[in-house]
Design a protein around this ligand. Sequence first.
Ligand code: DHB
Ligand code: FE
Length: 285
Amino acid sequence: MAEVIWGLATSHVPSIGAAMDHGKTADPYWRPLFDGYGPAREWMAEHTPDVAVVVYNDHANAVDMSVTPTFAIGTAASYQVADEGWGSRPVPEVVGVPEFSDHLVESLIDSSFDLTVYQELDVDHGLTVPLSVYCPDPGDRWPCAVVPLLVNVIQYPQPTAARCLALGYALGEAIRSFPEDLKVAVFGTGGMSHQLAGARAGLINQDFDRMYLDAIEHAPEKLAALTREEYIREAGSEGIELIMWLIMRGALGPRIRRVHETYHVPASNTAAGMVLFENLSPGSS
Ligand code: DHB
Ligand code: FE
């Protein structure tokens, strides 16, 4: 049976990817951020999954703003790296795993999560930057296949945090019911506090972020009880991306170990956070 072996929460700031693509990670501005990733990257390199389910949001790059799926999943054999206006990032194409995606679609729809299905999809910085945070030097292929799981966090009304945690529980069950012996990692991406536009542009809330980094491990229900207005008030209009961490957390189950955590302000306009959990009961919820 398939197992969820670890979960990674990480910010997906586009310039983190650009810093890697342009060889700037040792620059004084970027070095502290990338130094912070080191121990997690070493541990993940020793625990390579077969598949990563990457929970992320598209930023109106590949998904037309005229259609807003609340939750969606990719079932393609491969996903091209989106051109966000400066050409595609120089990273490998993302390899899919259609049979496993199809299983997740069926299982999640049976659990009353009526996902939109993408049989074709380009993936933007929301997915490729977390892959680079995981694996900085992939060569000509990423270490594992990927299932993209998309969440609307950019158009009102976003799903509630409670619904995201519930989707995480259902995702964990869906993964564990796949009959083949797959090792699966789940990524929860985006956040932490940031706001890119409007009167509060530049907002960072370190107290809220620190609380979140702690509670995601021991008290995810507390984070699931916050309203979308509370997320936006506390973490900024883009900080609501944090609800995607709850999908990762729900998929892991109760017995986890914090492998590494890092928090750095700022990366571009964002408080960059990362936390890596090992699942101590990978085959059960
Ligand atoms: C930034 C952060 C994001 O999450 C994003 O999607 C785009 C830009 C930033 O801080 O620059
Ligand atoms: Fe974003």
